[in-house]
Design a protein around this ligand. Structure first.
Ligand SMILES: Nc1ncnc2c1ncn2[C@@H]1O[C@H](COP(=O)(O)OP(=O)(O)O)[C@@H](O)[C@H]1O
Ligand SMILES: [Mg+2]
Length: 257
């Protein structure tokens, strides 16, 4: 379904993705791991067709996702409905006067019918029905996240890309999110630097190193045993400290998602 072949990306001179090749099959649940600045968000933007690799190729269901491809109206409509991205910061996505308008926006832009039914269905599923007339900027972080999720799921996508989805929500909403996510029947790629959460969000781990290379692609459980890759990706660190007056060394997982 998704195929990245030797993809590199540069911001000016700075290389932020280096020769990445991977394939993702339909209904796979992948977790994209890497420390801050490793290139996770950049990769999701490429997969969402917001930016295009300067080297290598991205194909989705056999079609090369290029600027030219997306500039065609029908391709744009199909691709924008099939592959959706939840940005890390919900405030980046929200700009409509009401929750209703926010959820309906993509459907209107892409020219869909039965907008009202679809908006209400997803508002209901995400427990934000009572907020449909509310301005989204009045909502809490967790509720904004739900509005953003509704606004992309309403397009009935095939692939859901999530960029650090729990970075702006409290622990209770995170628990809700994990359960909700589990019920979705989609191909998903979730970027996070939180290994403990990763296990809840997929079976396959894809790890970017600090020098923007793919250093691990395989089972998440095996990854947790692969201390070398985790250290290299700066997902765990080693330090000394004292328990009951006895100094010892061990690995720590970062929880700062
Ligand atoms: N719009 C941009 N312009 C220039 N550099 C950027 C831009 N966005 C990200 N970068 C740089 O690209 C690198 C990778 O960023 P990003 O993909 O956001 O990593 P991550 O999501 O893993 O934290 C970082 O060094 C970041 O500073
Ligand atoms: Mg990021």
């Amino acid at each position: 379904m998704i195929n990245l072949d030797g993809v590199s990306y540069y911001y000016g001179e700075e290389n932020v993705l280096s020769n990445i090749s991977l394939k993702i099959k339909e209904n796979e649940r992948a977790v994209l791991l890497g420390s801050n600045g490793s290139g996770k968000s950049t990769m999701l933007k490429i997969l969402n067709g917001l930016i295009y690799p300067q080297k290598g190729k991205y194909t989705f269901n056999g079609k090369g996702i290029t600027k030219k491809f997306i500039s065609d109206k029908t391709n744009n409509k199909n691709f924008r409905s099939e592959v959706v991205l939840l940005f890390q910061n919900p405030d980046m996505m929200i700009f409509n006067p009401t929750v209703y308008d926010e959820i309906a926006f993509g459907l209107k832009q892409l020219g869909y019918d039965n907008i009202d039914d679809k908006v209400k269905y997803w508002a209901n599923r995400l427990n934000i029905f009572n907020y449909l007339d509310t301005p989204p900027y009045n909502l809490s972080g967790g509720e904004k996240q739900k509005v953003c999720l509704a606004s992309i799921l309403v397009l009935e996508p095939k692939v859901l890309l999530l960029d650090e989805p729990t970075a702006h929500i409290d622990p209770r909403t995170t628990g809700w999110f994990v359960d909700f996510f589990y019920e979705l029947n989609l191909t998903t790629i979730v970027a996070t630097n939180n290994i403990s959460l990763a296990m809840e969000l997929g079976e396959r781990g894809i790890v970017l190193s600090e020098n923007h290379q793919l250093i691990y692609d395989g089972g998440l459980e095996q990854l947790l045993d692969d201390k070398e890759s985790l250290l290299k990706a700066n997902l765990i660190h080693k330090h000394k400290h004292k328990h009951n007056g006895l100094e010892h060394k061990h690995y720590h997982i970062h929880y700062w998602d």
